[in-house]
Design a protein around this ligand. Structure first.
Ligand SMILES: Cc1cc2nc3c(=O)[nH]c(=O)nc-3n(C[C@H](O)[C@H](O)[C@H](O)COP(=O)(O)OP(=O)(O)OC[C@H]3O[C@@H](n4cnc5c(N)ncnc54)[C@H](O)[C@@H]3O)c2cc1C
Length: 484
């Protein structure tokens, strides 16, 4: 059997297409009005595309019908769940010919099984809505980020987040999946098997984790849940020298083990941007100067405090005192504080940085843990000399070797805002990450139009060939924003 990619050309949707799809999906199931389409066609960072229509199915069967119809009519679909992605994977290009397949009406939470610690959800369910429903069972889906994505998009990008150290990412929490393959039949794969252990051949769900929707549309998932933590303590640490941060991390891992759930780095520039943008935030440093670098750490216990046991805050203070006294660890100061307040600061960084300058060039990169600070120091020196118009506002999941390396074009900069400037900068930084440090050009945001160039450049030919062969065999219809 021969398979062909249908990516040679695409046609505009016409009134006949719209009428047919409206008949299947109902009035609420299709949007064609430009003003109503606009929010779906705009990405989180303000970048916009233009779509022919937004299709809003309510069932896997509907998704199958849409994919099959659009394949025959050569209408290019862009799957979209929460639209919080940061790499232009969930929005259409500006041709106006692509249609968004939105999962926003597929948001049912079903089959909560506390004994199995699992739940089945439709792919358009927001993680906040899922966790609100689960709270009364003492369970949660423990992938925590500063936005509110949906399960389908989280699977397609293998979302990591701030508590990856303890819980890992989506991959470790996906038990089963239902997907519609991108082929002319819109074939449905139902692998909603809520088993913790199952080694009976190809683990089909792996194909759809972190692959940006290139093989089809995820419509349902069976998720492994975690116990809601019963005791939580957080602190801000000020390192003497951020370049020795690994010593601090290792020391805390040795003292806290699996209870260390976060080790989040925040540069002074990023903290200042967040405090300025969100005046309602409490400045945890009080009247003191904002430090050059701070780390938010969290430890959690999944059990209630026992009688006679000291509070977790007190236990954390003891741990930090031990670390501080050890001359090998570079801890200068520490502040144990209320988790809501410290996390509010951490979660405000992204938006604060976004609003802080003329323009933001954001990189979601990762390294072996020992290399993160070496990279940042190298870039500080290099950019200060060669790109003085940029301010580095980095922060990130340092405990996992991941960093959101943000370059902000200063407000009064007379430097060009043109595309060539951005392109040069992106290539420069990415080249250093990949070639000098063996790092990743996309730690956790997945692949989208924004990093297509780097996928093409840095993905080994053999891996690209295998990806294309699998796609050609099972899901030959071109779908989504990326070309593999
Ligand atoms: C403030 C902020 C903080 C963030 N922090 C983090 C972080 O700490 N860690 C992290 O990993 N990410 C982070 N992100 C990125 C983003 O939230 C994640 O990539 C997110 O999980 C995407 O989910 P979504 O539902 O919004 O997907 P979308 O944005 O809708 O889509 C993302 C990609 O998945 C594809 N897709 C969507 N739904 C489906 C589906 N049902 N089937 C197949 N493909 C589909 C899309 O085509 C697109 O390529 C952050 C984003 C913001 C705005």
């Amino acid at each position: 059997m021969a398979f062909f990619f249908l990516d040679a050309y695409y046609i505009d949707m016409n009134t006949h297409d719209i009428n047919i799809l409206r008949e299947w999906l109902g009035d609420k199931g299709i949007i064609t009005n430009e003003r109503q389409c606009a929010p779906y066609a705009q990405g989180w960072r303000g970048n916009t595309g233009k779509c022919a229509a937004v299709l809003r199915p309510t069932s896997t069967k509907d998704v199958s019908r849409i994919i099959s119809y659009c394949a025959r009519r050569k209408i290019h679909l862009i799957p979209q769940s929460g639209n919080t992605g940061l790499v232009e994977g969930s929005i259409p290009d500006d041709s106006g010919t692509q249609a968004i397949l939105s999962l926003d009406r597929m948001n049912e939470v079903k089959d909560i099984d506390p004994a199995n610690r699992s739940v089945c959800v439709q792919a358009g369910t927001r993680v906040s809505a899922l966790n609100n429903t689960l709270e009364k069972y003492g369970l949660f889906f423990p992938i925590d980020i500063s936005a509110d994505p949906c399960i389908g998009g989280m699977i397609a990008t293998n979302t990591g987040g701030a508590r990856y150290m303890k819980y890992r990412g989506v991959r470790e929490h996906l038990l089963g999946i239902k997907v519609v393959l991108a082929n002319k039949h819109g074939s449905i794969i139902d692998a909603m098997i809520p088993l913790h252990k199952n080694n009976t051949g190809l683990d089909i769900k792996q194909l759809f984790i972190g692959t940006g929707g290139i093989f089809g549309v995820i419509t349902e998932a069976s998720l492994l849940l975690a116990q809601l933590p019963k005791q939580i303590a957080t602190a801000l640490l000020i390192p003497r020298d951020k370049n020795d941060m690994n010593e601090l991390l290792i020391s805390l891992e040795q003292k806290c083990g699996q209870s260390l759930s976060a080790f989040e780095g925040m540069s002074g520039n990023a903290i200042r941007a967040a405090l300025k943008h969100s005046p309602s935030l409490t400045n945890p440093f009080g009247t003191d100067e904002i430090p050059n670098y701070a780390i938010l750490i969290e430890i959690t216990y999944d059990w209630e405090k026992r009688e006679g046991q000291q509070s977790l805050d007190d236990e954390l203070k003891l741990i930090l005192e031990e670390v501080w006294k050890d001359s090998r660890t570079p801890l200068d100061n520490a502040l144990v504080g209320a988790p809501e307040k410290l996390w509010a600061l951490r979660h405000a960084l992204s938006e604060g940085v976004q609003k802080s300058g003329n323009r933001l060039f954001a990189f979601d990169i990762s390294f072996k843990r020992g290399d993160v600070m070496r990279f940042i120091s190298f870039m500080e020196e290099m950019l200060a000399n060669e790109y003085p118009e940029l301010t580095i506002c980095d922060f990130g999941h340092i405990g996992d070797g991941a960093v959101h390396f943000n370059l902000v074009l200063k407000k009064n900069s007379r430097k060009t805002k043109k595309k060539e400037y951005e392109s040069e900068l992106r290539s420069l930084v990415t080249d250093i990450v990949v070639n000098n440090y063996g790092g990743s050009f996309s730690a956790e945001h997945g692949i989208g139009r924004k990093n297509q160039k780097f996928y093409d450049l840095y993905t080994p030919e053999e891996i690209k060939a295998v990806t294309r062969a699998i796609k050609g065999a099972v899901a030959p219809i071109d779908i989504g924003a990326i070309k593999i």
